[in-house]
Design a protein around this ligand. Structure first.
Ligand code: C2O
Ligand code: CU
Length: 475
């Protein structure tokens, strides 16, 4: 059985996303970017996936294209993408193209931007991604279960001219809460958990399976695309014996740099593209460690070097920087400023924080933004918190008044991250999801050039569905 997704028009090679498949980008011919539509079909359905591996049984999942993660969709920047999504789940679904600056009607928020896709119905998503980079897709309906049961896939938009690397590798990182029988544990939406860290699991997979090792070759340069697809788990990855260079954050190119303390911090929904020069010893193994949670560090996988001699004597001399994307630069001098306060959740001591005085708390809400809790995954008639003027620049200050971390995501936009706790961020990187630590404040800026009703929410799924969500309208 083939796990490749083939476009029905303009057939082209797709990767499985598995580390063993090399993308010979260096030798790939450049091709014209004109009037090309890439058509794909994606079926959302229950399936079975070998998440833990022998001797454990396969896991009952919900997935796209009968595999976990869903098929990797690749298009080239400037090319049109058309995806026919068929729903074979026992409940409504939608697909959200996380991080893509697309028309509002294609954003996949049920009720707000489209009617939900009913069981045995379908919906056609069609748009031209303006930016090259690493994006991903996931449902925006019953998100806790649908994402938590395995529905996620990568959308990779290639630069018009391939960047010189030996291999282009994707790691979709998922977190599962599995029973001893390797089945997904019940209890989605536990209220206590929702008011704390969210549903953090017990098994982290690379491309849908627990990973022992990833084969590499001394001397090669890998572009590694990391996507955190977890419901709630924050990750901080260290590569033993290696120095990953971050070249893109949430798909958007940044000045190549080493991460602080050598740790690649990835909140739910965040992506990092890193360049890795394989400078280890042939035949050796190096661990990739996630030590975000104190005392709960584990190794995700190992880089397993081939015994053979180095592929090249010196690291590839090609520059690391990726070409910029066509993002509009916010005008900070004239920008209108707004403040968003993230509220709620448990305090360290176990009492709910400040929820007593909050307005508009929906049923089962544990969180709020500026005193209002919007719960669920999106529905018709969500009133916008702010109405922004099209074409104008905005600075949003997000103040985390809670005791928990929140990866805050704005749909339909990439924004510049200006400052943390009043201190400027080096290079003012672009992002679509920004991690706001407890009691900290982050400032972001963007030009409101994409009209529509756009969600702004925490991507810890339990936090989103229990109130840490709002809508910004760009008129
Ligand atoms: Cu990836 Cu509304 O989110
Ligand atoms: Cu949160």
């Amino acid at each position: 059985m083939s796990f490749f997704l083939h476009p029905t028009i303009n057939r082209r090679e797709l990767l499985t996303g598995s580390a063993s498949v090399a993308a010979a980008l260096l030798t790939r011919p450049a091709h014209a970017v004109a009037n090309t539509t890439n058509e794909f079909s994606l079926t959302a359905a229950p399936g079975r996936a070998p998440i833990v591996g022998e001797p454990h049984p396969a896991t009952d999942v919900w997935c796209f294209g009968n595999r976990v993660p869903g098929p990797e969709i690749r298009v080239r920047q400037g090319e049109r993408l058309r995806v026919v999504v068929a729903n074979r789940l026992p409940e409504d679904t939608t697909v959200h193209w996380h991080g893509v600056r697309l028309p509002n009607a294609m954003d996949g928020v049920p009720g707000l931007t489209q009617p939900p896709i009913k069981p045995s119905d379908q919906f056609v998503y069609e748009f031209t991604p303006p930016d090259a980079g690493t994006f991903w897709y996931h449902p925006h309906a019953d998100s806790l279960q649908q994402l938590g049961r395995g529905m996620a896939g990568a959308l990779i938009v290639e630069e018009p001219e391939p960047v010189p690397v030996d291999r282009d590798i994707l790691w979709m990182l998922s977190d599962w809460r599995l029973t001893a029988g390797a089945q997904i544990a019940s209890g989605f939406g536990n209220a206590m958990e929702a008011a704390m860290s969210g549903r953090v699991g017990n098994t982290v997979t690379v491309n849908g399976a627990v990973s022992e090792e990833v084969p590499v070759r001394a001397g090669e340069r890998m572009r590694l695309r990391l996507v955190n697809c977890a419901l709630a788990r924050i990750m901080a990855l260290r590569f033993e014996g290696h120095r990953p260079m971050v070249v893109a954050i949430d798909g958007q190119p940044c000045e190549p740099h080493e991460p602080k303390g050598g740790r690649l911090l990835l909140g739910p929904a965040m992506r990092l593209d890193v360049m890795l020069d394989m400078q280890g010893d042939p035949g050796r193994r190096y661990r990739v460690i996630d030590d975000f949670y104190e005392d709960l560090s584990y190794w995700l996988t190992q880089l397993a070097y081939d015994e053979g001699p180095p592929f090249r004597a010196h690291p590839l001399a090609a520059p690391l920087a990726l070409p910029p994307n066509p993002l509009p630069e916010p005008d900070l001098a004239t920008a209108e400023r707004h403040e968003l306060t993230l509220q709620g959740g448990m305090m360290g001591g176990g009492a709910m924080m400040g929820m007593g005085g909050m307005m508009g708390m929906g049923h089962g809400a544990s969180w709020a933004i500026n005193g209002t809790s919007m719960t669920g995954d999106g529905h018709a008639g969500m009133p916008p918190l702010l109405t922004l003027q099209r074409g104008r620049s905005y600075v949003l200050t997000m103040r985390n008044a809670t005791a928990w971390w929140h990866p805050m995501h704005l749909h339909g936009y990439s924004f510049r991250v200006l400052s943390r706790n009043g201190l400027p961020i080096p290079h003012r990187q672009w992002a679509d999801t920004v991690l706001v630590p407890p009691k900290e404040t982050v400032e972001i800026a963007f030009v409101a050039d994409n009209p529509g009703d756009w969600m702004l929410h925490c991507h810890v799924t339990d936090h989103q569905v229990s109130g840490m969500m709002t809508v910004l309208r760009v008129a």
